[in-house]
Ligand binder design. Structure first.
Ligand SMILES: Cc1cc2nc3c(=O)[nH]c(=O)nc-3n(C[C@H](O)[C@H](O)[C@H](O)COP(=O)(O)OP(=O)(O)OC[C@H]3O[C@@H](n4cnc5c(N)ncnc54)[C@H](O)[C@@H]3O)c2cc1C
Length: 481
């Protein structure tokens, strides 16, 4: 008889774990608190507007493809991607916007007119990463790091040696780039891994590398099409889903998890468990509440506007003139910037069906502190929404308030209550708690042998491609017990 695996949460990490669990021979049941799969990548509907209220910058489709290949399927039968020409439209203060191409050649050509040094250094940075990036396929993208002896892996050392370990990320960026455009563009990437720009790890250089070398994509049907394709594959493989199944508590016995209890009182037993719920939230369920400070979160404002906004492209970045101050406020003071850098995703620029005819989706995202001891989130929604709309207005993007069909705001409190993120953090604990100072938390539970973790709070990290890998890691750890 097959062993039973329960996956708690149907985010991308949980869906990946369910698929790999089934491929490893488990009978798999996914328990999901909401009414649909996808977690932060799930779409929602407001009136006639289709919203993708979470991830929007899609890179590395090859990581999704590997899941379909592992299951003996062709990804193209489930999920298709369109490669985008523009990485982002950049609005710098009140200057005319500039389209930053999503390929190295054109990006360097445009940059050449702004700073020859930056253009040259961008090219050498990408060439340097090109040499060491393949080592990741043998290390951090291949398996979790559960023991310090794994740090001696030559492939890992070869990757690290491509970068200067004595300099912070910011020092390296400042040494390479003199233009405001490149500095503002690069400073934000460490936060997408839950780090500040004083981190000495080179991982933050990888996202711009993938964007410029391997491309930025739009999934046909919107971001929601990715989890939908995973759910379809999982079901075809025989994975069962129970929606509106809110896990409330965990029953343990010495060194194993025996069962979970849902809010409605039903008890579900299994041989093994994978939590796609944040590892540090799950700790609380295990009677080991965490006190440490959380990493970063997001503050988002989604406007449905009954106007066509031709100035917006699919991806847009609004950068204030004194952007350095905003990064200091976020990274140094742990505060929401007075003048934040605002990323705006306007899905209607590519997909007119995402909103009623003649209307626009304006989804604004600001990297923010989570619910930390330094940041008071009480009654801040209106004030911060104002800061976001001021940033857009400075770039020349505004609309008649009477044309607004809805405003939908997401704060760290929302991510905590709706998705189970520890104090609203998307990346687990703050930087200084990284495993051996390098990696996100382990996918393996130290105490419970039949418990592993998948998702943004554990290795190899957050972001859709990484949480997809985490599902595979979690299943591998259950198997090795
Ligand atoms: C605004 C925003 C923008 C982002 N932008 C990007 C981007 O551009 N590109 C990118 O790659 N990534 C981006 N990300 C990050 C990416 O969305 C996440 O890293 C990823 O979706 C996390 O997946 P997950 O599986 O870890 O968790 P989640 O998607 O949060 O899934 C966890 C699941 O567990 C369920 N759950 C929680 N508690 C319980 C319970 N008690 N019982 C049962 N189920 C439960 C939840 O309902 C949820 O479905 C963004 C995130 C946000 C919020």
């Amino acid at each position: 008889m097959s062993k039973q695996l329960v996956v708690i949460g149907a985010g991308m990490g949980g869906l990946s774990a369910a698929i790999y669990g089934r491929l490893a021979g488990f009978d798999v049941l996914v328990l999901e608190r909401s009414a649909q799969a996808g977690g932060k990548a799930a779409g929602i509907t407001v009136g006639e507007y289709q919203l993708d209220p979470g991830p929007s910058i899609i890179i590395l489709p090859k990581i999704y493809e590997a899941v379909f290949t592992a299951a003996g399927r062709k990804m193209a039968d489930y999920l298709q991607f369109q490669r985008l020409e523009t990485l982002s439209r950049v609005f710098f203060g009140s200057q005319a916007p500039l389209d930053l191409p999503a390929n190295e050649l054109d990006a360097c050509r445009i940059l050449n007119d702004i700073s020859k040094k930056d253009s040259c250094n961008l090219r050498s940075l990408l060439q340097k990463i090109e040499k060491v990036e393949p080592y990741l396929d043998r290390t951090v993208y291949d398996h979790p790091f559960v023991s310090p002896t794994q740090l001696l892996d030559l492939n890992l050392l070869k990757f690290g040696m491509g970068f200067n370990p004595t300099q912070t990320y910011k020092e390296q960026v400042d040494r390479m780039f003199e233009s405001h455009l490149m500095r503002a563009f690069f400073y934000g990437f460490p936060s997408y891994g839950g780090q500040t720009y004083w981190a000495k790890s080179p991982g933050a250089f990888l996202i711009p590398y993938y964007m410029l070398r391997e491309g930025v994509y739009f999934p046909i049907g919107g971001v929601r099409a990715i989890p939908a394709a995973f759910e379809r594959l999982a079901r075809e493989l025989g994975v069962e889903f129970q929606f509106n199944a809110d896990v409330d508590s965990v029953q343990t016995d010495d060194r194993v998890i025996q069962s979970v209890t849902l809010k409605d009182g039903s008890i579900i037993n299994a041989d093994a468990f994978i939590s796609n719920v944040d590892r540090f939230t799950f700790s609380g369920w295990l009677g080991q509440p965490v006190q440490s400070e959380p990493s970063f979160s997001y503050f988002t404002v989604h406007w449905g506007v009954r106007e066509v906004l031709p100035k917006l492209d699919h991806h847009n970045l609004f950068i204030p003139d004194n952007f350095q101050i905003g990064f200091e406020e976020l990274y140094q003071d742990g505060q929401f910037p007075q003048k934040p850098i605002v990323y705006v995703n306007s899905t209607t620029a590519l997909d007119s069906k995402a909103a009623p005819r003649g209307s626009s989706n304006v989804f604004s995202v600001v990297t923010s502190p989570s619910k930390t001891s330094r940041m008071d989130w009480k009654d801040k929604e209106i004030e911060f929404t104002g800061r976001v709309s001021n940033a857009l207005a400075e770039g020349g993007v505004s609309w008649d308030p009477n044309d607004v069909d809805f405003i939908r705001v997401q704060t760290p409190s929302y991510f905590e209550s709706a998705h189970g993120n520890y104090r609203g953090s998307l990346y687990g604990l703050e930087d200084k708690h990284r495993q051996w100072g390098i990696f996100p938390a382990s996918n393996k539970d130290q105490k419970y042998l039949n418990l592993a973790y998948a998702g943004g709070s554990v290795q190899p990290g957050a972001g859709l491609p990484m949480v997809t890998l985490s599902g595979k890691f979690a299943v591998g750890l259950l198997h090795s017990n």
